[in-house]
Design a protein around this ligand. Structure first.
Ligand code: ADP
Ligand code: ZN
Ligand code: ZN
Length: 743
């Protein structure tokens, strides 16, 4: 008798253990298969974790596996090991982890292979013409088909009523209509880059050499390469080396919609050996791409965060581009970090982990330092020059305070205007970056100082000129722009703070004959809107592109010679310990968009705090100087990576209930931590209102716990999870470790 250990697909932590079933004679079953089993009175799905001759439990009560689902096992054995790593690391259930490893439609069984109704002639074209000579409409179909085949859908576009005509032709024995299964292929951005490998630069060669030496033995690397140094080419060569040895690679990019070019580049080089996986694909597309990877047909997987779970067998490398991006942290449970998952996957497969960035995260760069524990160590690889010895862009910092005292009240400094003019005169392109959308970021009364806030959130509303209304950027609520102050009825309502809309209008005013495009959340609602805007700008259909951080990501437009950072202070003034890091990253990334081809680039950074170290370092594009300043600030102020911050947020319609919940939780936590001796690892436990006290009509209170990263953080977090999972009626609790944002 053979026995199967099965994890049942239920959302219940208490049932998170393997259940034993017998394997009926003749059923071929292996670990990773999806099965149906009876559970209590129900029949449910489950995943086979293990099959063996040993039963291990009392065997006369066992039930048999009812059936096996699908022809191929769904989960690779190595992924089962990954699931148990996740269970341990993120305190999630085995099924929570396994669910991330397959397309959701697979569990629901709702996606089938796609088939098309296709027509073709069964006679030669001449014979068919002969048979239809008295039926002109049928003749049209015959001509349209010729010697090939067409789907009914296509045919209908040229010949009306094709479906009925084809049936008639089929009856006559002239044509045949049949179902053909097809793959749903995702749209890829057309690449203007060549599909042949260029010779590598010296620096690229050195990096590729170090990486290829690690093939076989494995290794973890951080590639710090300035913008334009040609990191993509390094990735491509590593992938080629691996393909030559029969191994595939996963490449993660922060957000596919924002990096369609990158996907295009890989597609141009690897053709149908490559597959893409991301959430903007249709269910069918995702399913088909998944199958292509699972079957081994596609060996180069490009995707967003969740593609780290792609069913690629024994990956030779996992590459994480722009590793500093927050997008690699999952905001849903299990709250995994794709970088950690990738590290574990390559550890299991003996592969290479390659993190790449022009602005590595402080925590990753710290791991390249001497004296880091071996299990955390990253080997630093560096490219400090742009490919083909193109110069780094020339940067200028403009102090907006002196602009004001010189009588310029506009949002563009004189320097920026001068550079824009010269750029436009030469028919080159410019990008203007501001990290806020809308027209004006707040509206207030000059008489009494009243700031118009959202009805449901504790935030100022943003004025949008396109809809002439006030919009809350946290909940989306829309209100009319008041003609007078709601509080003192004065008519002196003023609009302050510029956003993308305003920048676009002002730029258009300056250059009435030029085309100004805008890219932000308001202009990118549709499925392919991002790609369309970028494609238009890339093809020179616009002269200026205004945008939020969306335009900062790995884009490469050769004709862009000027980048303007309109208000560098926006991110700098956020109440978050990472605000300097984010500012440095954003500015370096956008600045990196300038002058990527033969024409040198220029960058103008406007600010009210020109002495801030993040800006000074960004000005010189000096990552190391920034790292040194930032790491000593983190150490001094006890911020991550030296410490770990865990936040338990209590959310409720009722302010008192939320506050009481936070207070209770913090008392319970202190007690629990004291009892099991974990308090020594904790620096502080603090409860109070969240920085934004109300969002969408819900009151927010938090318990903030700060602890030394070197201590038993897992133990402390486990205690917080226990408290999070308690039932407290209408109050919702949300636990986040090193929260993506602190509001
Ligand atoms: P990064 O991602 O490091 O910012 P990219 O990979 O986008 O840089 O490369 C920057 C530019 O340099 C691109 O236009 C790319 O085609 C070009 N490039 C990179 N490597 C080479 C090379 N070895 N020879 C010629 N051009 C290169
Ligand atoms: Zn007023
Ligand atoms: Zn709101």
């Amino acid at each position: 008798m053979r026995y199967a250990k099965v994890a049942v697909d239920l959302n219940a932590p208490l049932l998170d253990r393997p259940f034993t079933y017998t394997v009926p004679d003749g059923m071929l079953l292996q670990a990773g298969d999806m099965v149906r089993v009876s559970f209590g009175k129900r029949q449910i799905e489950g995943y086979v974790l293990d099959v063996s001759d040993e039963c291990g439990v009392e065997s006369d009560k066992l039930k048999p596996v009812l059936s096996r689902i699908g022809e191929q096992s769904v989960i690779l054995p190595e992924m089962l090991r990954l699931a148990s790593f996740m269970k341990d690391k993120y305190l999630c259930t085995t099924t929570d982890a396994l669910r991330l490893m397959m397309p959701p439609q697979m569990r629901a069984g709702t996606v089938k292979e796609k088939t098309l109704r296709v027509v073709r002639l069964v006679l030669t074209v001449d014979e068919a013409r002969q048979k239809c000579k008295n039926a002109p409409a049928q003749l049209k179909v015959v001509e349209a088909l010729g010697g090939g085949e067409l789907s009914l859908e296509e045919l209908n576009r040229t010949v009306g009523g094709a479906s009925a005509l084809c049936n008639a032709l089929a009856k006559k024995g002239v044509a045949q209509v049949y179902a053909k299964s097809v793959r749903r292929a995702p749209k890829v951005y057309e690449s203007d880059r060549s599909s042949v490998d260029p010779p590598l630069t010296e620096q690229q060669k050195d990096v590729v050499d170090s990486l290829t030496q690690a093939i076989g033995s494995g290794g973890r690397f951080l590639l710090y390469g300035v913008t334009g140094s040609g990191k993509t080419e390094v990735y491509i060569r590593l992938i080629r080396e691996l393909l030559g040895r029969g191994r595939g690679t996963i490449i993660l990019v922060p957000e596919i919609a924002l990096t369609p070019q990158t996907v295009g580049w890989f597609h141009a080089r690897f053709g149908c050996l490559s597959a893409v996986l991301h959430s903007r694909l249709s269910a069918g597309e995702r399913y088909d791409e998944w199958q292509r990877i699972r079957s081994g047909e596609a060996k180069v997987v490009i995707g967003a965060r969740s593609a780290v779970f792609a069913p690629l067998e024994n990956p030779g490398a996992i590459i994480i581009d722009e590793e500093h991006e927050g997008a690699y942290l999952s905001e849903k449970r299990p709250r995994y970090d794709a970088r950690e998952i990738a590290a574990e996957r390559v550890r299991l497969s003996g592969g290479i982990l390659l993190l790449g960035s022009a602005t590595p995260s402080i925590s990753s760069f710290m791991r390249t330092m001497p004296r880091v524990r071996p299990e955390n160590k990253l080997t630093l690889l560096e490219m400090d020059r742009r490919a083909l010895d193109r110069p780094m862009p020339e940067c200028e910092l403009v102090d907006m305070r002196s602009e004001l005292s010189n009588g310029n009240k506009g949002i563009f400094s004189l320097s920026l205007i001068r550079e824009l003019k010269s750029c436009m005169d030469k028919n080159q392109q410019a990008m203007l970056f501001i990290n806020r959308r809308g027209h004006s970021t707040f509206v207030n009364c000059r008489a009494c100082g009243y700031v118009i806030k959202c009805r449901d959130c504790d935030v100022a509303m943003t004025y949008h000129q396109s809809s002439d209304s006030l919009v809350c950027h946290y909940c989306g609520a829309v209100a009319q722009t008041p003609a007078q102050c709601p509080k003192c009825h004065s008519r002196f309502i003023k609009f302050f703070g510029a956003g993308t809309e305003r920048i676009q209008l002002e730029a258009q005013k300056l250059f009435p004959d030029k085309t100004v495009l805008r890219m932000d959340m308001d202009t990118t609602g549709g499925k392919d809107a991002h790609a369309d805007i970028l494609e238009a700008f890339g093809k020179g259909k616009a002269d200026i592109l205004v945008g939020t951080q969306m335009i900062a990501k790995g884009l490469d437009f050769p004709n862009v010679t000027l980048v303007g950072v309109v208000a560098a202070d926006t991110t700098l003034n956020l109440p978050d310990y990472r605000s300097a890091e984010r500012t440095f990253q954003l500015i370096t990334q956008v600045a990196g968009r300038a002058g990527r081809a033969d024409i040198p680039g220029k960058v103008i950074i406007q600010t009210y705090s020109p002495d801030h170290y993040a800006l000074k370092c960004a000005l010189r594009q000096d990552y190391r100087a920034f790292y040194n300043a930032e790491i000593s600030y983190r150490k001094r102020s006890l911020y991550p990576p030296y410490t770990t911050i865990a936040r338990l947020l209590m959310v409720s319609q009722d302010a008192e209930a939320a506050f009481a919940a936070a207070k209770n939780a913090s008392e319970q936590l202190r007690e629990a931590l004291t009892q099991n001796g974990l308090m020594q690892h904790v620096l502080s436990v603090h409860e109070g209102p969240a920085p934004i006290k109300r969002i969408k009509g819900e009151e927010r209170y938090e318990v903030l716990v700060k602890m030394y990263t070197a201590g038993d953080t897992k133990g402390v977090i486990a205690e917080m999870e226990k408290i999070e999972n308690k039932d407290r009626g209408t109050v919702k609790a949300e636990l986040e470790v090193n929260p993506a944002n602190m509001f």
